[in-house]
Design a protein around this ligand. Sequence first.
Ligand SMILES: [Zn+2]
Length: 280
Amino acid sequence: MTHMLVLMALFCLSCATAHPPVYTPAIAERQVPSNTYLRGFQQASDLFPRTLIQDRCSDKQKETLRTAWKGAKKLAEAQTSTVTGYDYDAVHRAWFGDDWNVKGDPEVERRTQIITDNMARLTKLFRGEVGDHDNFVFWCEDKYGNCEGEAWAASFEHTLEHGALYQSTVFCPEFFEEEDVLEEDVEMFGGHPDDETRIDHFQDTTAVTMLHEIYHYQFVVSDNPTLDIAEYGAGFDYQLAREKGTEETYLNANSYAMDALVIYLQQTFQSSTPALPPGY
Ligand SMILES: [Zn+2]
């Protein structure tokens, strides 16, 4: 599956995809953006502070988004928790590379620190600590053509003249139609040790996609613009970590999502070994 990242040109240094077109704010500075640009959205008070959901989302879709968000929160909490005795480094090495947290090389140390900082910002975000200018927008309408191909979701950002940052994610029809609910997969595969450690059973879930997209939220979560470097799927991310290490994984949104998923699964199932892609 292709998760498309679309960055607005204002902060775009190396965009693989170049749409939607640059957003040019056409409103005066003191106007409230949601009254103009964001007409047709409602505040969702139970998600991040200042999250808007598009009115066009059906009730069922809104419910799916809430379930996905709650699942993503669990993944984020697992990833940044501090369970005594749990070997977080082993999982981070699996998904970010064997050079994760290796001391002595300033570049490697810098990338390890960036990953750590990104996770810390994710934790703050799910705690509801957001900056005064940060807003979040969940779309069901594919206004900018981001859902073409096989995308499940895509994220982009708009910065308005007065500094308000709108982190948007469009959730594509495939997201609603094709993806599983993480908790249902956990229920289904739980109790079967061989299945509990197969990441492919759990990766195509709305919670994982939600977390993946949130790891694209620049400034709020990722200091650098994260990309989709590996082809979508745990096997490709695992391979990226083996071949490129932190040099590329620190910029790959799905490396973060897979890392979180594996920690969550291992802690949930109390597995002796972390989940891996098939064939490993
Ligand atoms: Zn992506």
